[in-house]
Design a protein around this ligand. Sequence first.
Ligand SMILES: [Ca+2]
Length: 465
Amino acid sequence: MRSASPSAFLLPKCLGRLERAMRNTLLTLFLYALSIGAADRKPNVIIIFTDDQGSVDLNCYGAKDLVTPHMDSLAKRGVRFTQFYAAAPVCSPSRAGLLTGRYPVRAGVPGNVPSKKGGVGMPASQVTIAETFKAAGYATAHIGKWHLGYTTQTMPNAQGFDHSFGHMGGCIDNYSHFFYWNGPNRHDLWRNGKEIFEDGNFFPELMAKEAGKFIEQNKDKPFFMYFALNTPHYPYQGYAKWLKHYKNLPYPRNLYAAFVSTYDETIGQLLATLDQHGLRKDTIIVFQSDHGHSHEERAHFGGGSSGPYRGAKFSMFEGGLRVPAIISWPGKIPEGEVRHQIAHSCDWLPTLTELAGIKLQQKDIDGKSLTSVISNAGAQTPHEILHWQIGRGRQPRWAIRQGDWKLIGNPQDTSNKAPLTAKDKLFLVNLKQSVSEMKNLAQANPEITRRLKKLHDDWAAENAK
Ligand SMILES: [Ca+2]
């Protein structure tokens, strides 16, 4: 049943026209005063960062075979990007780019950091988005995967997070919380630097529970939460009901799909918690995958999808880098709209500080605010050029995009769409002509290739330390 509006109670029909007009004016003034009060409150910020979710693996990005109502609800109530890039096609550098607003090589994380206790990660000298929001009086929380350092100095509590819950390495089994990559097998679950045990409890559910507690405790003051889901990163551990639902999909898509719909429910739980506390309109939510889907053995050699794009996790082709990305703030930014401008995950830091009206602490970042793009479909992308690089030394993998042209150095096609030869060490594409990146245009366009190569070389030399 729809509830009656307040004015229906305030304005019985027997009142005269003048009296009704006066009451209407009073009501308007009251609502205006309320809105001023609301404007004084800084918005909460939640970044939902998924792990190895393919470029098109939710309905609103074109997946026809997946059930993802909660992720899609963010797009319905926000702005969805079609040319949004991860800072890197692997976990740690991608996270470093998100949290510092800097290209990963400039954030001291050129590749994956160790997943073993004592492993050094992102230098503590880097200023994170959590430190920025904390300085502005926010309560800050990391919930989920970290993978940016396993020493006291590089764990979340030392990088601006008041509260931290989750695993420090790259991946875990979701029920035992043991590292799931190689031996020796070891347990990896922590709360604020203390090892804890939740044997048998499904990790995404523990995350939702922890987030619920944090929101409850901080519902009356602004909070910043980095909700870093470790899914659908292997091991694929979807609920039995979803495995049954997808039983007719081909293997391993069925396993991957079940896992995606499982954590879509986790996101639903998080959104429901916000709604229960009436915080949805006071909360900016960013949703993004850390990079493309995996073709590793532990991921059954696939399951995710990059749709029309070539490549996957580890690859500088679009399938490794182009990710689903959404921002939602109901009532404050457009809803149900799509943006095609080029953007990348380093942009969230300056975008979110501008939207929240807080001071950017970082002086030297590579991200640029997307607020004009978010509010205006016709605005220019703030980026003339974007860079990527994984690793250092003689054979780093890198890419540069300038306008529609993109040059990839030492490319790797983890999606195995076609073989690459020695002639493809420099791989040039024009993304306006074709997003599939199947044809190397370098030989036919030597000048463009030289120009982009020089732009990359100059940038790499500047950041060679
Ligand atoms: Ca990942």
